[in-house]
Design a protein around this ligand. Structure first.
Ligand SMILES: Cc1cc2nc3c(=O)[nH]c(=O)nc-3n(C[C@H](O)[C@H](O)[C@H](O)COP(=O)(O)OP(=O)(O)OC[C@H]3O[C@@H](n4cnc5c(N)ncnc54)[C@H](O)[C@@H]3O)c2cc1C
Length: 449
């Protein structure tokens, strides 16, 4: 039950002062969200709001992944640059931003993946609502969401940004192994590998010992490569500590295509493979993992069997399943289709989508953005300008795909591989310097210095 109070000067009201970072608004009303604090649900009716407050638009950003947090930052910067104040509300089921790209590291060594919202936005750049978005009522400009205690609520917006991201694909049914889906699965992988190595240290049968020390990574994309490199190094160190020969651990990447990280050029991919081999990672191309055999082997699609104590699945991502319930049109790829200004197609002029949950195409070149951090961040930076321009009724620059191709690959223990293609030439940086570039881009992605 919502109790109602009325006040003339909202800033003097103690309840509001205490909870002003956890609000939703509907022009002259402010709902104090009780899930964030121990207050009864209260509807504060503001009798005499200032002109400036009434004119201010509320931008609700759903999803605090890379696209969402960079949208908050870009909107704030553009609002300050243009002198047009806006309220920003960030909604996410978690109380922190998850550093998803570091999952590969967490699968090998204990790694903190969480950045609390307060640490990310210390100057109160956005209000935070902990909730899972369930549906969008575009006509009423409201989002329906489930709060942390499972209660359904609504949140009003003037402009809505959908950045619900993607989920890592599950292993094929009954195929065994663990997919590197999230923090929980990353820890499961790490503990399973450690348990296998400890068991190997007690094992006297050579073939069983070899299987316990072997990991097969299914998928030759960026996350498969990074997981394999991180694990190869961590397993050697752990094996040595257990008195096992450091050469016993064996990590094999099984890639369906003819080369690793197909987004790179062939020449760059070859250089990357050389780095992986130097880290004792084996590579099998042109086959897929069918299943973890359960008998110390992984079975490949062509019938080959590889010694294996654990299969790790890194076989791609799918758009967030939450998208299907939003009530907005999705493309055949299950993602929101946008125009060149990130507005959701189908006449949704106040709803924008970027990041992994959106299909975004450069109208000049026809190039479709990939599902990567880098592209999500570039979209967010442009969206900040688009939003403020749309609010002011000004034209804004349309989306353009990045002109330079570049990737940074983590190779474990401070090493990395950075690739940039410019003027038709592949530039690569490896070793510790590549690792520094990798670390820098990881931190930049999560708004950390
Ligand atoms: C293991 C791995 C390694 C990767 N490595 C790289 C790399 O090295 N370089 C690179 O460029 N890219 C990499 N990627 C891809 C990159 O992580 C994604 O492209 C990026 O995360 C996309 O950002 P996003 O904000 O769109 O989505 P996400 O990061 O997926 O964030 C989505 C956010 O939305 C929230 N959310 C979901 N549903 C709801 C809902 N219903 N209501 C409210 N909030 C919701 C989630 O909690 C999450 O915070 C990697 C991906 C994986 C899985």
């Amino acid at each position: 039950m919502l109790s109602t109070i009325t006040c003339n000067n909202i800033s003097r009201h103690p309840l509001f002062v205490n909870t002003c970072r956890c609000i939703s608004h509907k022009k002259f009303e402010i709902v104090v969200i009780p899930s964030c604090h121990n207050f009864a649900p209260t509807l504060v009716t503001w009798v005499n709001p200032s002109e400036e407050w009434c004119a201010m638009q509320t931008i609700v950003v759903v999803g605090g992944g890379y696209a969402g947090i960079h949208t908050v930052k870009a909107v704030k910067a553009e609002s300050e640059r243009t002198g047009a104040p806006v309220r920003i509300v960030l909604m996410d089921p978690a109380t922190y931003h998850a550093k998803k790209v570091r999952l590969v590291q967490a699968a090998a060594v204990p790694t903190s993946l969480r950045v609390p919202w307060e640490a990310l936005f210390p100057a109160g750049e956005a209000d935070f609502v902990q909730g899972r978005c369930l549906a969008v009522d575009a006509a009423a400009r409201k989002v329906k969401y489930e709060d942390a205690s499972g209660v359904e609520r609504t949140l009003a917006y003037d402009r809505l940004v959908l950045a619900l991201g993607s989920v890592v694909r599950e292993a094929p049914e009954g195929a065994g192994g663990i997919a590197l889906r999230d923090e929980v699965h990353a820890e499961r992988i790490r503990l399973a590998v450690e348990a296998n190595l400890s068991a190997a240290a007690q094992e006297r049968d050579a073939s069983r010992q070899a299987a316990l020390c072997a990991v097969v990574v299914a998928g030759g994309g960026i996350s498969g490569v990074e997981t394999a490199a991180e694990l190869a190094k961590a397993m050697r160190r752990r094996a040595a500590a257990l008195g096992l020969p450091a050469t016993l651990p064996r990590v094999t990447i099984v890639a369906g295509g003819t080369r690793l990280v197909p987004l790179m050029t062939e020449a760059a991919s070859k250089r990357l493979e050389a780095r992986l081999r130097a880290a004792s990672v084996r590579i099998v191309r042109g086959a897929r993992v069918a299943r973890e055999g359960g008998d110390g082997f992984a079975v490949l699609s062509d019938g080959r069997r590889l010694p294996c104590g654990l299969v790790i699945w890194t076989i791609g991502v799918d758009p967030s399943p939450s998208l299907r319930g939003l009530g907005l049109p999705l493309g055949s790829n299950g993602r929101l289709q946008t125009d060149s200004w990130y507005r959701v197609q189908g006449g949704y002029d106040t709803i924008y989508a970027i990041g992994d949950n959106a299909r975004i195409v450069d109208s000049a070149t026809g190039i479709e953005d990939g599902m990567t951090c880098r592209e999500a961040i570039q979209q967010a930076q442009r969206l900040g300008r688009v939003l403020l321009a749309d609010i002011a009724g000004r034209p804004a620059e349309p989306h353009r795909a990045a002109t330079r191709q570049q990737y940074c690959v983590d190779l474990g223990e401070g090493e990395g591989f950075a690739w940039i293609r410019h003027w038709g030439v592949d530039f690569t940086i490896g070793g510790a310097l590549g690792g520094k570039v990798r670390e820098y881009t990881w931190n930049l992605g999560s708004l950390m210095k």
